[in-house]
Design a protein around this ligand. Structure first.
Ligand SMILES: O=C(O)C(=O)CO
Length: 338
């Protein structure tokens, strides 16, 4: 389809835009009216596939800011009108079936960099929280340490390993270095410039785990990274280590985590977003480890600044796709950064 036809068709369609999620400033979408899109009053939070399919009826664009899954079936149901899915965030892998979208000619975009500071803040907050046992002493509880060995350590004397040195991993390393923390990393591709700038050392994953008091997981969840933090990695951690996973839960094998927490190899684990709560292993982890397992409800990018940045970036991407069929933040076969 020629670009002009594409634009003309879109404008003539007077289609809608489906917006999902929470905390989205809808006024940031106003300029999409120029592209013939009707803007809804508020985002919705579809809970079921049927609700999502219904929400997508007549939609030309879809801002995905919620926790719903745009499966192959969902996307196929919208194929007549849907041109673009703008995912708010970078971890789209388990939320949008990009291969199916590619097959249907629907462009999927993401928002790299928009939430980096927010994700970093939550991660650093949880590192400090876990390292200093803040949660344990809330309510004016006095520790009464039985020995000096029980005392927590300053970050200056902790060894942190970061798995994944993308934008988020790099920013986390930068902040940790401000605490004079010893930081090493593992990444699919080595980053000599970052190593030099921040004084980081690179190690293969097993070695990285073996020297880490705190292991931070910051990789997308793909076929390659699913369960990459497995029994072998966890058993190498220093006893009582802290595992911080503010990326995607499934990067850590939950059965291996249960084993490592039972053996107190992992002293504390932190997740932002968790495994399917209906699964037996999720229930077991939550019931067996109490306040050694800290779980937040996927809030890493939930700040006003990150949300506004992500929505503005998504609006730019939607405009590009509707007017040219392409965008620099497109993922999958449409290229771009991921
Ligand atoms: O960027 C993303 O995909 C996030 O989920 C941030 O938490």
């Amino acid at each position: 389809m020629a670009v002009r036809d594409f634009v003309g068709e879109t404008a003539a369609m007077d289609g809608t835009i489906l917006v999902t999620g929470a905390g989205i400033d809808m006024s940031l979408l106003e300029s999409l009216r120029e592209h013939g899109l009707r803007i809804p009053d508020r985002p919705i939070q579809p809970l079921t596939e049927e609700e999502l399919i219904r929400g997508l009826r007549g939609a030309v664009a879809y801002v995905h800011g919620g926790e719903e899954r745009a499966t192959a079936g969902v996307l196929a149901s919208a194929r007549e009108t849907l041109k673009v899915v703008a995912f708010l965030g970078v971890g789209y892998e388990n939320f949008v079936d990009v291969a199916a979208a590619d097959g249907l000619g629907i462009v999927v975009t993401s928002t790299p960099g928009a939430a980096t500071d927010s994700v970093t803040e939550l991660t650093i907050g949880q590192i400090i929280n876990a390292n200093r046992h803040i949660g344990q002493f809330l309510g004016d509880r006095y520790p009464g340490w039985r020995s000096p060995e029980e005392l927590p350590h300053e970050l200056r004397s902790r060894r942190v390993g970061i798995v994944g040195l993308g934008a988020n991993g790099t920013r986390i390393a930068e902040v940790l270095r401000a605490f004079h923390t010893d930081v090493a990393y593992f990444s699919r591709t080595r980053k000599p410039d970052v190593e030099e700038r921040l004084g980081l050392s690179y190690l293969p994953l097993p070695e990285l785990a073996g020297r880490s008091d705190i292991l931070v997981v910051m990789v997308p969840c793909t076929a390659e990274t699913r369960f990459m933090i497995d029994v072998d990695v966890l058993k190498r951690l220093r006893p009582g280590a802290v595992l911080i996973n503010t990326a995607r839960p499934a990067v850590v094998d939950p059965h291996a985590l249960h084993e490592a927490m039972s053996a107190e190899r992992v002293g504390m684990a932190v997740f932002d977003g968790f495994y399917d709560r209906n699964s037996e292993i999720a229930a077991k982890l939550l019931s067996d480890f109490g306040d050694r397992l800290l779980v937040t409800g996927h809030i890493a990018s939930h700040t006003r600044e990150a949300m506004d940045r992500m929505v503005s970036q998504a609006v730019g991407s939607i405009k590009n796709v509707l007017s040219t069929g392409a965008d620099e933040y497109a993922v999958g076969k449409h290229g771009g950064i991921s």
